[in-house]
Write a protein of this length. Sequence first.
Length: 135
Amino acid sequence: MNEWIVINKPIDVEADIPLEEQAPIEVKQQYNEFYKNKFVAWRNDQLNLFGCIKNNRSISAKCSEAIILELYEMEPAKGTGYVGLAVKSDIGKTVVIIAHTRHSEKSLTWLKEIQPILAKTFKLQENYEYYGKDA
C-alpha cells in the first residue's frame, strides 16, 4: 500500500460506504488482519487503485480515471435532502460514490472534515456542489 489511513467516523454519523464490495483481495486481507471495524482510506499506485473500506463495505476507483473529490449537498425543504462525497472524472462523470445519506448536520460536518484528508490521500482536487433545497 502506498497510502493507508484510518478515518475517525463517529457512531452517530449516518453517511457510509455504499453496500459494495470492490476492494482488491490485498486490501481486504490487510484490512481484516489489522484494521477490522475501522473506516480506512487506501491508495495503491501499483494497482492504479484507491478506495475506502469498512467491514463488508468497500469501494474502489482507478487512479487514472479520477480527478475531483466532490462534496455535494441538497438541503431539506419538502423532503429529507441529501449529502455525499463522490469521485468525478475530468468530464464530470461520477466514478464512484464514497458516502451518501439523507441530509443531517452531523453527516455534512463529518464529510467536510474528511474531504481534504481523502483528497490528499487519493491525490484529487476538492470541489463543493450545492444543489439547493429539495422543494
